[in-house]
Design a protein around this ligand. Sequence first.
Ligand SMILES: Cc1cc2nc3c(=O)[nH]c(=O)nc-3n(C[C@H](O)[C@H](O)[C@H](O)COP(=O)(O)O)c2cc1C
Length: 180
Amino acid sequence: MKILMLNGSPRKGSNTRHALSAIAQGITKNTSNTVEIINISDVNVGACIVCDACQSNGGNCVRPDDTKAIIDKISAADMLIMGTPVYWWGVSAQLKAVMDKFYSKNSEFKTQKKKLVVVAVGASAVPDTQYTLIHEQFNCIANFLNWEKVLELSFSAHEAGELEKSEEANAELAEIWKKI
Ligand SMILES: Cc1cc2nc3c(=O)[nH]c(=O)nc-3n(C[C@H](O)[C@H](O)[C@H](O)COP(=O)(O)O)c2cc1C
């Protein structure tokens, strides 16, 4: 499988980034799947302005940005692993900007059998309503796009670099490759 990871955290020492990297390490060490991680804060994806230009011009945003390149990578992937810090009970604006750009190719996405994994990291202890809200949002999106949501993960960490110090989280992250 071709696996694409999207990291929605802009933070240095990001806990979300650590979770994705640890999952990627397990996958590349133990399987023949390929993994690419995109840190959304390193690319230029603006908010959708609903001009509909992307619907008729092959998926380019009317504003010159990286929308098409990222949406094309998502289109080519067999599995998408989306990681987000919890911001105000929801996904980060960085990740949401990319999710909104799904609009440019959602008809195509609906015909593609993709698997979806969602990783949410917040300061609050797990379980909590905020993780339920985020995972339920992705359940709806997966249903709409005919994708298969295979796994949802929630971790609690607040300070930068905190998650990688958690032996319990690292043990769980190292085994995720077995579940996908
Ligand atoms: C703008 C903002 C909003 C946040 N909102 C929440 C929240 O609603 N619930 C929560 O548990 N943590 C919240 N946090 C804390 C982050 O989710 C937490 O620090 C997490 O570890 C950040 O992940 P990262 O290191 O990958 O960026 C918020 C942090 C920021 C910066």
